[in-house]
Design a protein around this ligand. Structure first.
Ligand code: LLP
Length: 463
């Protein structure tokens, strides 16, 4: 299918349906630096390139849909977090955002640690050579097998999430003749200002042990008694896609309060606290995320101040950013298949992917932006909804956006900021084949996760 403009493309529907909040941007060809990976640019002939390679070439070579990840940007962001927190703190990249062996190697080389939350993520990390002592193992229901594998491998810490797990991990460690370094994850009772499904520190949810009612203190009491455990700290993760630092402030205050109570009751000063991840990124031009150095400064100040007040030695801080590192470094490249103008409403643009490669819009009402990337256009803006090819009307990739009215089948469009929680949450719905992840750097592109094939699908179907 041709990638050039279709002369008979719809010129239509630059109409805002009632209640639609935003106006079209002044220049549809402009790429807002906030939402695109750092090496993304428009070449003089109008095609967008990443890592020095034009998307038209990438589409030809790797097909669409495809996730294109900017390795230089990834490394720069990882390094920025590492530098911002310095030698007295640890940055654990949250692998759930996106994990592959190449990513593990980049993290290792840039001096970051890794947070994994399943046997699969642990296997990926170990197989790519991440030293086990730089891995933290998370999860609210780790299996005994996973616990055993993690302890045998020598993971640096296991984050305990329930009373059962305290006993389970202690038991497995002891049976292996080991003493496992652990943290206890607590819920501090903060209402993070984010989507309900990704807020994690209010009490009515499945993660962690509530500080309220003395439960966290009781968990500490039990952990300190068990020979198989070395309790090194307290963990708190308040949620995801958060811009406002006040939630972290309250969390740090309460975690330090618990450290003080532990010191008073047991005479022990725990050496570490982990404040989790959750820092927001720009999905659209309306979002204004903070830089890692601002976040580091704010968190260090809060913790030092709280510790001074409590007359505690300042513990070693760790953080677990996932989205903030990988999210902005990738975009999804799609080919436009059909264009359906609905008079007075909007124009539906169907692409060759959908909710199987990005479930976030359907699941969280997430907002994304989109751009025509295979050429420029001077046509008027039209209001579009970018939808996928799945058998479901909620199969929406970008709910409301503007694309040029001469958009045509065969054009390439791209959705930025899809590095986090897109490939990692991708599904085979309708037996879709999950797209590849292609890493681009200084004029070279290489597949780091290959496209799924029908053979892959059929291999699992053994009936
Ligand atoms: N640490 C812990 C213990 C976590 O549970 C998470 C995310 C992170 C760190 C990393 O959070 P980040 O910095 O990436 O926000 N699927 C949802 C997000 C779920 C996050 C789960 N936990 C989404 O697509 O928005």
């Amino acid at each position: 299918m041709s990638r050039s403009a279709h002369p008979a493309g719809p010129r239509h529907a630059d109409v805002l349906p009632e209640g639609h909040p935003s106006a079209p941007p002044a220049d549809l060809n402009h790429l807002d630096r906030k939402v695109w990976a750092s090496t993304v640019t428009r070449t003089p002939d109008g095609v967008v390139s990443v890592g020095g390679i034009e998307v038209t070439r990438l589409a030809e070579e790797f097909g669409t849909p495809a996730y294109l990840i900017d390795e230089v940007d990834f490394r720069e962001r990882a390094r920025a977090w590492r530098t911002a927190f310095g030698a007295d703190a640890d940055v654990f990249y949250a692998g759930k955002a996106f994990l592959s062996r190449a990513v593990v190697r980049w993290l290792h080389e840039e001096g970051l640690n890794l947070d994994v939350c399943s046997g699969g993520e642990l296997a990926t990390a170990l197989s790519a050579g991440m030293p086990a002592d730089r891995i933290a193992f998370h999860g609210n229901n780790k299996s005994v097998d996973e616990i055993e594998t993690a302890i045998r491998a020598g993971v640096g810490r296991i984050v305990l999430d329930s009373f059962q797990e305290i006993v389970r991990v202690a038991h497995v460690a002891q049976s292996l003749g080991k003493r496992q370094r652990v943290q206890i994850r607590i819920t501090v009772g903060v209402e993070a200002h984010t989507h309900e499904f990704i807020a994690t520190a209010h009490e009515d949810q499945k993660f962690g042990i509530p500080l309220a009612g003395g439960q966290a203190a009781e968990a500490v009491r039990r952990a300190l008694q068990l020979d198989g455990l070395e309790l090194i700290g307290i963990h708190s993760h308040i949620g995801s896609q958060i811009f406002d630092m006040s939630g972290f402030e309250v969390a740090a205050h309460r975690v330090v309060g618990l450290l003080k109570d532990i010191r008073d009751e047991h005479g022990v000063e725990l050496p570490e606290i982990d404040l989790g991840g959750g820092l927001g990124i720009a999905y659209t031009s309306d979002d204004d995320p903070r830089e890692p150095h601002e976040i580091a400064k704010a968190l260090n100040e809060i913790v030092s101040r709280e510790c001074e007040g409590a007359k505690l030695r300042t513990p070693r801080i760790s953080v677990e950013p996932g989205r903030a590192i990988v999210g902005p470094t990738a975009f999804t490249l799609y080919e436009v298949g059909t264009i359906k103008p609905l008079e007075g409403l909007r124009t539906y643009v169907s692409v060759d992917g959908g909710m199987s490669d990005n479930i976030r819009t359907a699941l969280y009402d997430a907002e994304y932006s989109v751009a025509l990337v295979s050429r420029t256009s001077e046509a008027a803006p039209m209001l579009v909804r970018v939808v996928g090819k799945h058998c479901e009307s909620g199969d929406i990739v970008v709910k409301d956006a503007f694309l040029p009215a001469d958009l045509a089948p065969g054009d390439l469009i791209a959705v930025p900021a899809t590095g986090a929680y897109c490939r990692s949450m991708a599904s085979n719905y309708n037996h879709a084949l999950r797209p590849p992840v292609v890493a681009v750097r200084e004029g070279e592109a290489r597949v780091i996760v290959r496209r799924e094939t029908e053979e892959d699908l059929l291999r699992l179907d053994v009936g």
